[in-house]
Ligand binder design. Structure first.
Ligand code: AMP
Ligand code: ZN
Length: 115
């Protein structure tokens, strides 16, 4: 399902143009508009859901698929040797600003320690 008020749904469905680095039947990848590292990509499922808890058993394999895309992008952007970080913000305490689950892929320089 797509949410008509969601920016990631709009980009994924082509309603809003975005610079798509990758797209398949289940997910797509864009550059973060406000990068926090030299390489900052977002791996986003086409289907709208905010939190892991909203995932149905039938779509659980989507999570593996998102990690598999993250791996492909890390290779493509030459991040494997230097290293990279994957982040998923869930809800308010984590500072989730777009309520559509996504993976952040960060790399390209030394990242600050996690707090
Ligand atoms: P989060 O805070 O984990 O929900 O991450 C949302 C991310 O989406 C932020 O890092 C934003 O900079 C990024 N973002 C919001 N709108 C767009 C957009 N239109 N295109 C690309 N990135 C976006
Ligand atoms: Zn959405």
């Amino acid at each position: 399902m797509i949410n008509k008020d969601c920016i990631f749904c709009k980009i994924g469905s082509g309603q809003v143009t975005g610079d798509l680095l990758y797209k398949d039947q289940k997910a797509f990848v864009i550059k973060d508009i406000q990068p926090r590292a030299p390489i900052h990509l977002l791996i986003i499922p086409l289907q709208h859901f905010q939190l892991f808890k909203d995932l149905k058993p039938s779509t659980e394999d989507l999570i593996g698929h998102l990690f598999s895309i993250a791996n492909k992008m890390a290779i493509e952007f030459n991040l494997v040797d230097g290293g990279f970080r994957l982040i998923v913000n869930q809800g308010e305490d984590a500072g989730q600003t777009v309520p559509h689950l996504h993976l952040h892929l960060l790399g390209g320089n030394l990242l600050s320690p996690l707090n």
